[in-house]
Design a protein around this ligand. Structure first.
Ligand SMILES: Cc1cc2nc3c(=O)[nH]c(=O)nc-3n(C[C@H](O)[C@H](O)[C@H](O)COP(=O)(O)OP(=O)(O)OC[C@H]3O[C@@H](n4cnc5c(N)ncnc54)[C@H](O)[C@@H]3O)c2cc1C
Length: 378
């Protein structure tokens, strides 16, 4: 008999949720993490993550988002902790920008509550945001932010309560799978199970090689700035915003939440990297790029840097998620390639992964995330 029913490799956003959903279904789960609890070397740290429904990336994500919201609420209740704040959200840009037009298409297709606001109205309601005359914003009341460190902690805490074992500082070095089961080799020892789940974020390719489409790590600097007019960034004065400043270039931010300073960042940097040898210090060029995006759009935020961090995106070839079983080894499930927009889904990704492990199939709503959409040969 194998040591476990399922081994989950990588306990960030997705692995913690997968471990929770598997353990609450009565499966004997081992979760293995290369680094310490709450580490800052992956993709899931930094105080806040945006959640929004009017999904500009593709309307097919919306049914998964509805389920994600439900599961976040359930998790909050079960863990007795507040994880999600509905601040409302603004998708800002030119009317034909991918962000505005895409969010509008999702809202219309799925009947989501929204309003398209002209530039002057946004400036009046939210004086921190200086939209150009020809900018517009799609407002959605159900957008907001999650607290990523607390979400992961809640999933793992409840997974352990349900019987899961978790091991930190124990990188997985190798694995084998056959029809009769799986074996994992770590820096410490070896474990067997019926099923294996890989949720290794920016390091997926180093554990799965070319068994899956390539996942590339991208270095993303995050900033907390001291605003010149802090009252404009108070929690009840500003929603989350995502602003397409040029075609394909975005800046996004939050009201003040808890950590000192107000968080703001650019979505995508173009700086692809080796996740284990990335420069983790934010430099003058990073700051210059951010300030050039916000100087005229958010002048009252453009104060001194209070703190900064580097985080990693984990990009799939088409920037859509990859959640599937390995064709050669259906008892090996993976969830990766979240491409800088996956956190909000982690609650439902945990459920999808648990479905793939326990039932061999997931909700049809997740079918568009299978790897066979990409022309990839192992
Ligand atoms: C700066 C930034 C801002 C973002 N903003 C948003 C946002 O606003 N909204 C949103 O929805 N999403 C956002 N995202 C994206 C989202 O945070 C990620 O898609 C998500 O956190 C990825 O989770 P993950 O579990 O795949 O990766 P991770 O959380 O990085 O977890 C992977 C884990 O696997 C472990 N691991 C790797 N290799 C091994 C191994 N060999 N052995 C054992 N363990 C291993 C790693 O140490 C890590 O802990 C953002 C991402 C970044 C970087």
């Amino acid at each position: 008999m194998p040591d476990f029913d399922a081994i989950v490799v990588g306990l960030g956003a997705m692995g913690s949720a997968a471990a929770y959903h598997l353990a609450r279904r009565g499966r004997r789960v081992l979760g293995i993490e290369a680094f310490g609890a709450g580490h800052q070397l992956g993709s899931s740290h930094g105080e806040t993550r945006i959640i929004r429904l009017a999904y500009y990336e593709h309307p097919d994500y919306v049914p998964l988002l509805w389920r994600a919201y439900e599961l976040w609420a359930e998790l909050e209740q079960a863990a007795k902790v507040s994880l999600l704040t509905l601040s409302g959200g603004l998708m800002i840009g030119k009317p034909d920008s991918a962000v505005v037009a895409g969010a509008l298409a999702s809202a219309q297709q799925h009947g989501l509550e929204h309003a398209l606001l002209p530039s002057a109205e946004v400036r009046q309601r939210y004086p921190a945001l200086c939209l150009a005359e020809d900018d517009v914003a799609l407002w959605e009341p159900r957008a907001g932010y999650l607290r990523p460190e607390q979400c992961i902690d809640a999933h793992l805490r409840l997974a352990v309560d349900a019987g899961a074992e978790v091991r930190y500082e124990e990188p997985v070095r190798g694995w084998d799978a056959s029809a009769s089961g799986v074996e994992v080799r770590t820096s410490v020892g070896g474990y067997t199970a019926e099923h294996l789940v890989f949720t290794c974020g920016a390091r997926m390719t180093s554990v799965l090689g070319n068994a899956i489409p390539p996942i590339r790590a991208e270095r993303i600097p995050l900033f907390w700035l001291q605003p010149n007019a802090p009252e404009l960034f108070a929690p009840d004065q500003l929603p989350i915003y995502l602003w397409e400043v040029e075609p394909g270039a975005h800046v996004y931010g939050f009201p003040h939440v808890e950590w000192p300073g107000v968080k703001v960042a650019r979505h995508h940097s173009g700086d692809y990297c080796d996740p284990d040898h990335v420069d983790r210090t934010v430099n003058a060029e990073d700051e210059r790029r951010l300030r050039s995006a916000i100087a005229e759009r958010l002048p009252s935020l453009n104060g001194p840097v209070v703190s900064s961090l580097v985080c990693l995106y984990e990009n799939s070839p088409d920037e859509h998620f990859l959640i599937d079983r390995l064709a050669e080894n259906p008892n090996v499930v993976y969830a990766g390639g979240f491409s800088g927009h996956g956190f909000k889904f982690s609650s439902v990704v945990g459920e999808i992964v648990a479905d793939l492990v326990t039932r061999g199939e997931a909700t049809p709503h997740a079918a568009f995330l299978r790897a066979d959409r990409l022309a990839h040969r192992a």
